[in-house]
Design a protein around this ligand. Structure first.
Ligand SMILES: [Zn+2]
Length: 450
């Protein structure tokens, strides 16, 4: 399959050496970018498809590094709209428990649809809730990703520490350690594709210090190393979590993570807000990754992540929309805009450029997921491309097309390619019937609230 994208207003390379190409073209063969160039140098066809990108900014598809897709069923839920993390969770656990397999799948499809329309071509998902109403939520979510055509990094979440053992979640949504480890291995063996250009990969992801035992953290790290997959969890999100770790483990969250053998370059952590100076250096020295989730952090008043301090220390940074019950949208372009605005509030406007935040949203996120084949527009990279229409009312009068994506947005894509496949065309999803999906999604949301 050969595709030519031509006549673009701007192609955002986002490189320090070359920022953009005006009026340029991109050629794609079998899902891979095989040429990028200046106007007038377009390659000869034949092409199966020629996309006219006049009036559009072409960006690398965004990469979302933290989400809980099942939570799209509990957006703006009464009782949880104005709470902080621990109260928010205890309100939601009993409702999440009721979600069945069809519900998990429609929730995943809805979140993925929203992500795709916002310019996101790769997402991870952290599913940590296993109830008797849905035995295989990770498999259901992977099915959804294949159906809708998004590149997907499933993380096999887990909780084994319930209220009766001093944890936060109720008994009905946790599993025992043996079951978790066996199913983690099965999920990796069945679904993880380590090859370049993979559409499905798997990482292991115990939920958080307050819902998982020390031994499960250790054994999961050993298993991930033996299977050669990444590790993911929540860390340093709130002061409550810090207090919990000091009370139950006698140490701060990062010391605890170190003790259970998690510090390394194949670990990425969601949030990473409450670190001391020396902890930031430690994280940097092992090249750990942080999924920065500014909208969720503001919504739950968790705090402001020290993004630039983390990067200066050597930490790799990507963006995450986080679960839809704490954001409550799944728009990566909105997340990137908020990352820019919040970062500027903390560090000053001149310290954080639009281009830098767009790099977090693309190659930064790719790096967290262990990939160098996505998140960039260059020969040899996978053809994950987002075409934003600059004739939208929000852009009218804009000078710099790349800066406008964040300063005038958030907005939706006109066209989106994942692995060279056109998934969104003229603003509409090509792969699913969105109307029917949302009908099923709303019905399940109503059912679990009853
Ligand atoms: Zn989260």
């Amino acid at each position: 399959m050969k595709i030519l994208i031509r006549n673009s207003h701007t192609i955002a390379l986002l490189d320090l050496s070359k920022r953009e190409i005006r009026g340029g073209w991109i050629s794609v063969t079998d899902g891979v970018i095989d040429g990028v160039g200046e106007p007038g140098q377009e390659p000869e066809g034949p092409f199966e498809e020629i996309l006219d990108a006049s009036g559009m900014a072409v960006l690398p598809g965004f990469v979302n590094t933290h989400h809980h897709l099942f939570q799209t069923l509990t957006r703006a839920l009464p009782g949880a709209t104005d709470a902080e993390l621990f109260d928010w969770l205890t309100t939601l656990y009993p409702i999440w428990e009721k979600i069945n397999r069809d519900g998990v799948k429609s929730a995943a499809l809805t979140g993925m649809a929203e992500l795709l329309l916002s310019g996101c071509t790769t997402t991870s998902d952290h599913h940590y809730l296993f109830s008797r109403n849905c035995a295989d939520p990770i498999d259901a979510t992977i099915e959804a990703a294949k159906e809708i055509g998004i590149r997907f990094h499933a993380t096999r979440g887990s909780m084994c520490l319930s209220e009766k053992d001093g944890g936060l979640p109720p008994d009905t949504v946790v599993q025992d350690e043996k079951t978790i480890l066996a199913d983690s291995r099965r999920t990796v063996e069945e679904h993880h594709d380590p090859s370049p250009g993979a559409m499905i990969r798997v990482a292991l992801a115990p939920c958080s210090p307050f819902s998982v035992t020390r031994s499960l953290m250790k054994e999961t790290a050993d298993l991930a190393r033996s299977l050669d997959v990444h590790l993911h969890t929540h860390l340093a999100e709130t002061k409550d979590e810090e207090d919990y770790c000091i009370k139950h483990f006698g140490k701060r969250p990062l010391d605890y993570l170190d003790e259970v053998g998690w510090l390394g370059d194949s670990t990425w952590l969601a949030h990473g807000i409450h670190f001391e100076k020396a902890e930031i250096s430690r994280l940097g020295s092992v090249c750990c990754g942080i999924a920065h989730c500014p909208q969720s952090n503001m919504r739950l008043a968790s705090g402001i992540a020290p993004t630039l301090d983390l990067i200066r220390a050597g930490v790799r940074l990507g963006l995450g929309v986080d679960g839809s019950a704490s954001n409550d949208n799944s728009s990566l372009s909105a997340e990137a805009r908020q990352a820019l605005l919040l970062g500027r509030l903390k560090y000053g406007a001149a310290s954080l450029t639009v281009d830098e935040v767009l790099r977090w949203a693309t190659r930064g996120g790719a790096s967290l997921l262990g990939r160098d084949d996505i998140g960039r527009i260059e020969r040899g990279a996978r053809a994950d491309l987002a075409l934003f229409p600059l004739d939208d009312i929000a852009f009218s009068g804009a000078g710099d097309a790349i800066a406008a994506i964040l300063l005038c947005g958030p907005l939706r894509v006109h066209t989106l390619l994942v692995e060279g496949r056109i998934v969104v065309r003229e603003g509409r999803l090509e792969t699913i019937d969105l109307g029917r999906l949302l009908e099923a999604h709303r019905a399940e949301a109503r059912r679990i609230r009853e």
